[in-house]
Ligand binder design. Structure first.
Ligand code: C2E
Ligand code: MG
Ligand code: MG
Ligand code: MG
Length: 282
């Protein structure tokens, strides 16, 4: 009796596994097709100075656009794309599109100091990562001094020596680096000072309950102090309210992004936003 129960549960388990595998295969082939047919688009979220609200940068954020269906957000496919290596191709597409849009805006006189692009661990650890970035820069004629790559702490912790050499190679011709979602991963403070980092991004989870959560406010203060001592800039993510912005400004946080100033914008809306926020128009 016990044996047959055992069998049954094994059977259930196997069915579950099979379903999972089938589902994964389906998602895989849909994403594969999305890459081949370029069914992605980029949104751009503006980043502003806390002090005078000047526009300082834009962050490229990918969306999956299956024909005739609603946009799919990164939370629905980026993790899967990372596990399956599809992120390598998606990431290259994102970098190309982001850089060529940026260059087009510049050629129209729509200037902004920096373009931030998210890079996942799988991309960064590819042996040809540096070459990939260099060739996209060349193809698109992007000025690398305006390009800022957002990495997460996990990337930097895996193989620090390797990360340092890759980052230094790119830094040599002007590319800048930001640590995204700072404070949520495994950050070794020792590594931080050895890496050619320009910016820390305070994760949205710390900003969310400002000014009510004293602990998160203390963490934000500590991140800003750390950044100041290591000579990094700080950008806060997910700023939705004026009290949050006021707090960040008082603490000396240089930049912010969030729904308070703008949601991520589609391409045409970004063009209009850039036009409205040119220094001469402010
Ligand atoms: P992230 O890089 O930390 O980007 C910030 C996310 O927070 C974006 O979500 C943005 O829409 C959202 N956000 C910004 N301001 C606010 C706010 O005030 N309130 C709230 N509730 N949310 C806000 P999104 O676009 O869904 O992207 C989620 C994550 O997916 C990104 O987090 C990034 O880790 C990843 N991702 C997006 N695009 C790419 C990409 O091209 N490549 C890679 N590797 N990852 C990407
Ligand atoms: Mg980011
Ligand atoms: Mg982030
Ligand atoms: Mg985040």
């Amino acid at each position: 009796h016990a044996k047959s129960n055992g069998r049954q549960s094994v059977c259930f388990f196997e069915q579950g596994m099979q379903y999972q595998a089938e589902h994964r295969l389906q998602v895989y082939s849909q994403l594969r097709q999305a890459i081949d047919k370029e069914q992605f688009c980029l949104y751009f979220q503006p980043q502003h100075l806390t002090e005078n609200n000047a526009l300082i940068g834009i962050e490229a954020l990918v969306r999956w656009q299956p024909p005739g269906r609603a946009l799919i957000l990164p939370s629905q496919f980026i993790a899967f794309a990372q596990e399956s290596d599809l992120i390598v191709e998606i990431g290259r597409w994102v970098l190309e599109q982001a850089c060529s849009s940026f260059v087009r805006w510049q050629s129209q006189g729509l200037t902004v100091a920096k373009l931030s692009v998210n890079i996942s661990a799988r991309e960064f650890t590819q042996s040809n990562f540096v070459d990939m970035v260099q060739s996209v820069i060349q193809e698109t004629q992007m000025d690398p001094r305006h390009l800022q790559l957002e990495l997460t702490e996990s990337i930097l912790a895996v193989d620090v020596e390797n990360a340092i050499s890759k980052m230094n190679e790119l830094k040599a011709f002007g590319v800048r680096f930001s640590v995204d979602d700072f404070g949520t991963g495994y950050s070794s403070l020792t590594y931080l000072k050895r890496l050619p980092i320009n910016e820390l991004k305070v994760d949205r989870s710390f900003v969310r309950d400002v000014p009510h959560d004293q602990q998160n406010m203390a963490i934000i203060e500590a991140i800003i102090a750390l950044a100041k001592h290591l000579d990094f800039q700080v950008t806060a993510e997910g700023v939705e309210t004026h009290p949050q912005l006021d707090f960040l400004r008082r603490q000396g946080c240089l930049c912010y992004q969030g729904f308070l100033v703008s949601k991520p914008l589609a391409l045409a809306a970004t063009t209009r936003y850039l036009r409205r926020h040119q220094p001469s128009n402010v």
